[in-house]
Design a protein around this ligand. Sequence first.
Ligand code: ASP
Length: 595
Amino acid sequence: MNPGSGSAQATSLRSHRAGSLRREHAGTAVRLAGWVHRVRDLGGVIFMDLRDREGLVQLSLDPKWTSREVLERAGRVAQESVILVQGTVELRPETARDSALASRDVEVRVTGLEVVGPAQVPAIPVARKEGEELPAEELRLKHRILDLRRSELQQNLILRHRLLQRARRTLTGLGFLEIETPILTKPTPEGARDYLVPSRVHPGEFYALPQSPQIYKQLLMVAGFDRYFQIARCFRDEDLRADRQPEFTQIDLEASFVNEEDVQSCIEAVLVALWDEAGETVTPPFPRLRYREAMERYGIDKPDLRYRFELQDLSGHLRGDAAEFVTGAVAAGGRLRGILATGLGGASRKDLDQLAAVAKGARASGLIWARRTEAGWEGQGVKAFGAEGLATVTAAPGDLLLAAVGPDSVTGPALHAVRMQLVRRPEVTPSTRHAFCWIVDFPLFEQDPGSGAWVFVHHPFTAPHREDLNRLESDPWNCRALHYDAVYNGNELGSGSIRITNPEVQQTVFRLLGVAAEEVRRRFGFLLDGLAAGAPPHGGFALGFDRITMLLAGAQSLRDVIAFPKTTAARALFEGAPTRVKEEDLKALHLKVVE
Ligand code: ASP
């Protein structure tokens, strides 16, 4: 049942929520208020489903207890109108209790009905027939309030509320203080572009919307607050990507006098509580996997550990009879890597083509496959791999070997994609429902695949690994970071790190990233001054709250757990944003649009 449901929610207009009525209310006189979900006019007798956030209840209007006037008014009321009704709760006959309504045991015999919010014909239907498809998403986003009336979305937002409250209670219980940080602020680098807000009173100057509260939360540690959290709205102006929102919510926290494991155990406590709130039991501690190991075994830093089929290095199995494109790629520094899909040798030609398409979609030049039969290996892979080499691979009849050759940056993502396609097959079953893990020991820097420039992996405030600190100057690109990600069933739930507290190390990191000293001073002087004011060792984390809610609600999209989301093109279709503004408004902001 919803939080705060039932008669405790009585107001001057209603005594109960419609969807909260149950057997025990039989005989009670009630006043209800809600939306007309569905009307069945049987000529003389009218049945209506009345809806509110608790669900539906059947209203029964019958000349035996309803006046003619009320019946006539009810006969004219349009679907989705808001009505107030008076009546008495009665048990429904035994035979009529099989409907999908939570309140199916009862109905309300109506004696009074008033239309207080007449509705036009809804642009999209709210009540759907069984099996009726939803209207296109674009249309639903445009008519968001109607779509939000749908029970799935109501349930998702109610769950979201409960998860938020549970996170707050859990963190408060762990001694964290909820402190708000500014929205109009200075850029905080998290790897995306900033949304900028022009200042009217300071011509030519701009605020940035926060990509995260990162710097502020670190400064709160310097200020002595010790444990901070915030349900933080963050803004990142990224290129269009499926299922990303330009503004999103994080459960953001920071703590002083901690190491990575202290932070991780706080996050584990939050995750256990959130999963519990959704009725799922999970047990910490979650296993830890080094970044390199994850990349080696799964080809990705957010592996789905519910499934087997790990990646293997097959290069050592190659003999003289391998195809030239394979030996050539290995000689050029690449590797032949593959997955032994045990028991999947029955895959059809179509399945194999689909797997190859998936690998190519992830930039592999192709997918090598061979199937092990009683007689030996068969398939196009025999030629590519070489029969002699293939004979050294241990497999049982009925197994399927899938492989790709090239640099790890190609084979890793390609085989990850192949693995995720394989596990969708009905014969593959997950070993568990919930596979959490920590990915630790990320590299501090990585090369941007486009420009080749070195960039930070997490953000520039992440501390180098203790064991690598003395290499920061001499061998920075091989330094690991005290950075950790939480991963669940192949989804990244969030990231965090231990922070740099030594202003000199912070300066070095900026220098390595090619940020000039004056630029560092201009952009991050307030952080460096803070670090020089007596900074406690500290670290933190941010959980992607929208994604967690989506996973726990079993929703398909982030848009289904956000009240007013944006499209993947960063447009708000309901309210219509972004928009052009009047010339005079631009002028007041000292701006000019260059077409
Ligand atoms: N600020 C980081 C982020 O938004 C999280 C953290 O390091 O605490 O991803």
